[in-house]
Design a protein. Structure first.
Length: 330
């Protein structure tokens, strides 16, 4: 029986371990902890995907919910319906199963969901970091409401937390500076704590994404801008694809074709994300910061397009947690 090592401890690591174990492979997890963000808002599709992967229809049923979002982005505020649950990385780690059934033997293949990787480096599309602060909500009727606002030097994102409290994310500068430019969010909150340590908010992609006996997955492979709220779902999708690729390799599939397929799918995902982000940053503001972020996203989209132009057409399709040749799947 083949042994698959997983280097990491996040959602992608546990998703890979769960699927690979279900496919009959031995799995060994080397836990690698990293600083966690204080809150995660999981969209309804992301929650549905995680429930499907882990076979947990009750997952996050008892967590706080967001049912609407007030958006001020290059225009007057607009209320839109929204479905999401609120959690934290620590809470996600606590509810997801830990699978490690391999003895202490050399691995046949390694999935890296945390750095360092064997080779390569991370390409970053823009220069922006995010900071978070615990805040008091002045109006408790906003307990199921998220707010997002573009200001001159960046943007703010407010989500509720426990009763009467919320988490405020600031991108582009300090929260105090961004609140000084705010009309929508500044009037709704009072600071309750200091800013957390900054974390990278610009999209990024590691290249290469694989070697002969390893691949990168989750945040070790790529990271999304939090403006889109799709980072967790992307990690789960990567775990599904990574596990399917490794399973196919173990079963005697074309290793080079499978790994090339994996890399092209992740580059294509990043290109779609950059295109979507570019639309947000084109409409958020008119200052130098907004133009610089938009230009970096457009350049990144072109870079991904050039990479894909030199790669073979995808030869596989996902069928559940397995890969099938495209002709057979069709």
């Amino acid at each position: 029986m083949k042994t698959i090592a997983i280097h990491g401890s996040g959602i992608a690591a546990r998703g890979c371990a769960h699927i690979l174990t279900g496919a009959g492979l031995r799995v060994a997890i080397e836990e690698v902890r990293r600083p966690s963000v204080p809150t995660i808002m999981l969209s309804d599709p992301a929650v549905g995907l995680m429930r499907s992967v882990f076979d947990r229809p009750d997952l996050f049923c008892d967590h706080p919910q967001v049912r609407r979002r007030l958006v001020a982005w290059g225009g007057p505020p607009v209320m839109v319906r929204h479905g999401a649950v609120l959690t934290s990385e620590n809470q996600v780690q606590a509810v997801l199963p830990v699978v490690a059934n391999a003895p202490d033997v050399p691995a046949d293949f390694t999935i890296h969901t945390a750095p360092p990787l064997p080779l390569g480096d991370m390409r970053i599309f823009g220069e922006r970091h995010a900071v978070a602060m615990k805040v008091k909500l002045r109006d408790r009727s906003g307990a199921e409401e998220a707010r997002i606002e573009a200001v001159a030097a960046g943007w703010l994102y407010l989500v509720p937390a426990e009763a009467g409290m919320g988490w405020l994310l600031g991108v582009g500068g300090s929260i105090d500076n961004l609140l000084g430019q705010s009309a929508l969010i500044a009037s709704a909150v009072d600071a309750a704590g200091g800013e957390a340590a900054p974390f990278l908010a610009a999209p990024r992609l590691h290249m290469p994404l694989h070697g002969d006996d390893w691949l990168a997955c989750g945040t070790a492979a790529l990271g999304f801008d939090p403006i889109c709220g799709d980072g967790t779902a992307q990690s789960v999708r990567e775990a599904i694809l990574a596990a399917a690729v490794v399973t196919a390799i173990v079963e005697g599939g074309d290793r080079a074709a499978l790994l090339n397929h994996y890399q092209s799918m992740l580059i294509a995902a990043m290109r779609r994300h950059l295109q979507l982000c570019a639309q947000f940053y084109a409409n958020g503001g008119l200052g130098d910061w907004w133009r610089a972020q938009h230009d970096a996203l457009v350049q990144g989209h072109g870079w991904c397009t050039a990479l894909l132009a030199n790669m073979p057409e995808p030869r596989f399709l996902l069928d559940g947690f397995r890969l099938a040749p495209r002709q057979a799947a069709a």
